[in-house]
Structure formats: structure tokens, C-alpha cells
Write a protein that binds this ligand. Structure first.
Ligand SMILES: C[S@@+](CC[C@H](N)C(=O)[O-])C[C@H]1O[C@@H](n2cnc3c(N)ncnc32)[C@H](O)[C@@H]1O
Length: 301
């Protein structure tokens, strides 16, 4: 495929240069949310870790230290500035940083035995395409931990019942409440994940106590302990849902080999070319660079 012949790709919610870590997490009263997400993640990741995990939409690496059981951790994000922040926090020793779009990931099929997608799919306009891409880069039997924003949450049900909200939380289709911000119905997501070739193993309701007044009154540790109990009920009326999924199928498994990138635009092999990597395919030939410790597969150099 010629570079200029690239079809249009879905829009991306661009975090480049955003103050996400300071404006959303640091001293922003979200200690409870951070704790319960870690509890859910620990519950769902394989207890013995694995070879190579892909953290998609890793942001500034908030949750990356939870992936320590894996021999290699690859952080992928569309935003170079987010990855630069992650790298400044985490260093290079155990981590690989990749700037790329979930719709065009630069990996060979079967490169990972696990992947996470946490607080990201609510920005994804083409959910089936993104989920198929994740399935493609996982080995058969690979683990996929997905978090999504649940439209059928208690607050939305109440607001709809009181006619303070026009969209129906029980309707299956996703709701885009702000541009490129979607909430999903658990049944919609279950079907989408299955259609992408996964078996859905577990679904945990998370963050039931995401209410400002409650969080101010009750210590985060207490709320997190209660949330941890509720996670095991399977009652999916919380604002966030974590799911554990297994990749089905007979694809390749290259997790025993060193990580090899491929051209995100045409999928063909890349050859080293000084500091860059060049696509070997005739008619493509795109060059991809590495800057400040981050592989850059967003735009060719
Ligand atoms: C809300 S942040 C979550 C970051 C991290 N997972 C966390 O929980 O702290 C969403 C992240 O998804 C990334 N993102 C959004 N759309 C993306 C896409 N199409 N491809 C790759 N990353 C994307 C953003 O750049 C941002 O860093």
C-alpha cells in the first residue's frame, strides 16, 4: 500500500500536551478510584505474570507498576507527551515506549501474552476495529483486561428516572455524552468483545462509591475495602466495569522471540536504517523514527 493511499482512520481523542496527570489525578480527590482500579487489575491479571504485556493507552504510566510480573512491558499511547511523562517516572530499564494509534499498532500478530485497556475505550469511536486489533496482537489464550465506562450505572438510572437525562441507560447502544467520550452498556460490550474473538471470563463492577460527598466523608481506604467486596457481586450498575477476557483462535505466538515491530501502515517488515526503521515493502518504504527513547509510529519521518 502506498503511503498516500492510506484510508482515513477514525478520529482520536488527542491528549498531546494535556495536563492529565496533574489535572485529573494528583491531589484531585481520586485516591479511591485509583485504589479500586488497582484492586480490580490485581484480581484479573495472571498471578504469575507472563512474558510480554501491552499496556494500551498507558498515559503517564499510572498503573504500569501493577504489571511488574511480566518480563517485558510495552507502553503504547497516541500521545508522545504522555509517554515522555511515563518515561520520566519509570525509566528505560524494564519498559518500551511506543507512540502509536490503537487503530494502527506496529506489532506482529501474536506478539503479546497479555494486554490492558483501562480508561481508554471510552475515547474509541470504532470499538470493533480496536478490539479486533488487540485480538490480532495477542497470542491464542492471551489475557485481555478491559475497563469501560458503564452507561447503566446507578446515577444515570436515577437521573433518567427523574427526567434529568434524555438518554436511556438501559438502551444497548453507546452514548457519546461529550465528543469522543462514550459510555457503554455491559451487554453491548460483552457482545463486542466476543465478536472480536474473545471469551469473556469475568466482569467486575468497580467504583460504586464515586460520589464527591461520600469520598469527602469516608476515608479512601474504607471505601476501597467496601468496593473490593462489591466487585465480587457481579452486579454491573457501577460507573466502571473491569473485564477479564481470553483470546480464542489459532493465531501465531511470537512471545518467545524478541519484540519486532512492523509497519503500522502496511503491516510489512521493517529494516534498521540508522536510528530509524524502514518498511521493506515495495511501494510503502515508510521510515519510522525513535526520539528521546520513544518509538514513534504516529507519523513517518
Ligand atoms: C484517560 S487516559 C488513561 C490513561 C491510563 N490508562 C490511566 O488509566 O491512567 C486515556 C489515554 O488513552 C490514550 N488514547 C486515546 N485514544 C487513543 C488511541 N486511538 N490510540 C492510542 N492511545 C489512545 C490517550 O492519549 C490517553 O493517554
Amino acid at each position: 500500500m502506498n503511503a498516500s493511499a492510506q484510508p482515513d482512520f477514525p478520529p482520536v481523542c488527542d491528549y498531546e500536551g494535556s495536563g492529565y496527570s496533574q489535572d485529573f489525578w494528583q491531589n484531585q480527590g481520586r485516591d479511591y478510584e485509583d485504589r479500586v482500579e488497582r484492586i480490580a487489575l490485581r484480581r484479573l491479571l495472571p498471578p504469575r505474570g507472563g512474558r510480554r504485556i501491552l499496556e494500551i493507552g498507558a498515559g503517564f504510566g499510572r498503573l504500569t507498576n501493577e504489571l511488574a510480573g511480566f518480563e517485558q512491558v510495552v507502553l503504547l499511547d497516541y500521545s508522545r507527551s504522555m509517554l515522555a511523562e511515563a518515561r520520566a517516572r519509570l525509566g528505560d530499564e524494564r519498559y518500551t515506549y511506543v507512540a502509536a494509534d490503537i487503530y494502527r499498532m506496529p506489532f506482529r500478530p501474536g506478539s503479546f501474552d497479555a494486554a490492558t485497556l483501562i480508561r481508554v475505550i471510552h475515547h474509541i469511536a470504532e470499538v470493533p476495529v480496536a478490539l479486533n486489533n488487540i485480538h490480532r496482537v495477542l497470542t491464542p489464550g492471551g489475557t485481555f483486561v478491559l475497563e469501560y465506562a458503564n452507561k447503566r450505572n446507578l446515577k444515570a438510572l436515577l437521573r433518567y428516572g427523574l427526567r434529568r437525562q434524555d438518554w436511556n441507560p438501559a438502551a444497548l447502544e453507546p452514548v457519546e455524552f461529550v465528543k469522543l467520550n462514550f459510555d457503554f452498556h455491559p451487554t453491548y460490550m460483552q457482545v463486542a468483545v466476543r465478536n472480536a474473538g474473545f471469551q469473556v471470563d469475568k466482569r467486575l463492577p468497580v467504583s460504586y462509591f464515586r460520589v464527591g460527598a461520600l469520598k469527602r466523608l469516608v476515608p479512601a481506604g474504607t471505601l476501597a475495602a467496601l468496593d473490593s467486596l462489591l466487585q465480587q457481586t457481579g452486579l454491573l450498575y457501577s460507573p466502571s466495569v473491569f473485564t477479564l477476557n481470553t483470546a480464542l483462535g489459532n493465531g501465531p505466538d511470537v512471545t518467545g522471540e524478541p519484540l519486532v515491530f512492523c509497519c503500522p501502515w502496511c503491516g510489512d517488515d521493517l529494516a534498521p536504517d540508522g536510528e530509524a526503521l524502514t518498511c521493506v515493502k515495495a511501494g510503502c518504504g515508510l521510515r519510522w523514527g525513535k526520539r528521546d527513547g520513544i518509538y514513534d509510529f504516529k507519523e513517518p519521518v
